[in-house]
Design a protein around this ligand. Structure first.
Ligand SMILES: [Zn+2]
Length: 464
């Protein structure tokens, strides 16, 4: 009767914990103050908790007959080879999974474990991983380490937190890729809601990156110390926000996707997220974007019925850019000029805006054709000149009075928030540099949380 003995051991440990706490109470006011007394009880109950968890799990596993063999995905058979205990860190403390049996396929070599269900994607329990990732998704990994320690949850190096976050993010990406491959069968990707109106908006934001070869394991957050010669550069992160809106034009639930992938791969994610959000049944569909040609190409191909709107946020950003090119830091004149253009845009008078931009372009002179692309991006004459084309090309998408009349979103806040919310607030701190995979994994984790799907982190096992 192994289990009877184990339960007796557990009960005597419980008695010891009670004795310890009673004794500690006697020390209140001398050995312990209020805080340290409570911390002591927390430690004692966690020690009891982890022993209870370990013992009861072992009993449960011993009660279940271990299979001799099981089918392998390759079509052959996995055979029982032995027991491989493994340590696992839980929120209560470290425990041993000692009834962990391993199976191997003689044909393809695949190894699978039986009795390993408590583990997450690494040597932590799922709840421990949940809490580690929850802290790691928002702030620098250093800060997450401090917070986890201070809250008495778990003590970890920041590099471990990064590793846990990345593993989970990697897993989510595998799940998304799997779903993306199945999206042509809508029953495989059920819609989460039936929206009245659905707004789809894509945008890009630049992220500091480092050359993957320079990634140093255990380094703090890929931080690049001031004087090293690490190769770093900027790379575009494409962001998607899909939001529901009602007849009154109010914005409801928002979900996000963000990736550094090529346009073609990003399009798959856009289509998948739209499907999850019920694009098929939406009565009104609006696609918001900046002026970039790939954006409208994506819109026309994926959502031919969507009303295309140049979002207000970007339209105004371009007005400001032209104003700055002309007035520089002369704030008073700049503001006066911008305000007039803003009213014109608001009233749908795009022609007046184009005329005003043309006047400035003429004043700044013809753009210098010998300049490089980088130089053109900051050259005043080029900025004004290019914006004539920007407003001309998009004038059909700037009928703001009509959109307002129909209570359609024009994306002033939503579009801006996507880049800030998903990418900038977490990943663009001073000196932060990411390698491609690391950034991609953390983006996936952040989106999963922001999309209100956090609790489904372990919903389905996907081999990574
Ligand atoms: Zn096999």
């Amino acid at each position: 009767m192994k289990s009877a003995k184990a339960i007796l051991d557990l009960m005597s440990f419980f008695v010891q914990v009670v004795k310890n706490v009673v004794q500690a109470m006697d020390g209140f006011g001398t050995v312990y103050d209020a805080r340290s007394l409570e911390a002591y009880i927390e430690t004692q109950t966690k020690a009891l908790g982890v022993l209870m968890f370990e013992t009861c799990w072992r009993i449960r596993m011993q009660d279940r007959p271990v299979p001799v063999s099981r089918p392998c995905a390759c079509g052959y058979t996995l055979h029982h080879k032995g027991v491989r205990p493994r340590e696992m860190r839980t929120v209560l403390g470290q425990m041993t999974l000692d009834e962990r049996h391993y199976f191997q396929c003689d044909h393809c070599g695949t190894v699978e474990y039986w009795g390993d269900e408590l583990r997450g994607a690494s040597d932590f329990s799922q709840l421990a991983e949940d809490r580690i990732a929850f802290m790691g998704k928002d702030g620098a990994f250093d800060d997450a380490a401090k917070a986890l320690k201070h809250l008495g949850l778990i003590e970890l190096a920041s590099s471990t937190i990064r590793a846990v976050c990345e593993r989970l993010g990697e897993r989510l990406r595998a799940r998304t890729d799997h779903q993306a491959a199945q999206q042509h069968c809508p029953e495989n990707v059920p819609a989460e809601e039936k929206p009245v109106g659905l707004g789809i908006s894509v945008d890009g934001v630049m992220l500091g990156r480092i050359d993957p070869q320079h990634r140093r394991r255990g380094s703090k957050e890929h931080k690049v110390p001031g004087k090293t010669a690490l190769k770093h550069f900027f790379h575009e992160v494409k962001t998607l926000v899909i939001f529901e809106f009602n007849r009154r034009g109010e914005t409801l639930r928002k979900t996000y996707q963000a990736t550094q992938e090529r346009v073609e791969d990003f399009r798959e994610k856009v289509a998948l997220e739209a499907q999850k959000r019920g694009v098929q049944t939406a009565q009104l569909l609006v696609f918001l974007g900046d002026g970039a040609p790939w954006v409208w190409k994506t819109a026309s191909e994926l959502f031919p019925k969507a009303i295309q709107i140049l979002d207000w946020y970007h339209a105004m950003e371009h007005v400001w850019a032209v104003g700055r090119a002309k007035f520089g830091t002369r704030e008073k004149e700049l503001w006066a000029w911008v305000k007039v253009r803003e009213t014109e845009l608001w009233d749908g008078n795009v022609k007046a805006v184009i005329a005003a931009v043309k006047v400035i372009s003429a004043e700044l002179g013809a753009p210098d054709q010998t300049l490089s692309e980088t130089a053109r991006a900051v050259d005043r004459a080029w900025i004004a000149y290019r914006n004539i084309g920007y407003f001309e090309d998009n004038c059909q998408r700037m009928n703001y009075p009509e959109y307002r009349a129909k209570n359609l979103p024009i994306g002033s806040g939503v579009v801006e928030s996507a880049c800030k919310h998903v990418v900038a607030s977490r990943m663009k701190h001073a000196g932060m540099r990411w390698d491609e995979t690391g950034a991609e994994n953390i983006l996936a984790l952040r989106c999963h949380y922001l999309n209100g799907r956090w609790d489904s982190l372990w919903e389905q096992k996907v081999a990574v």
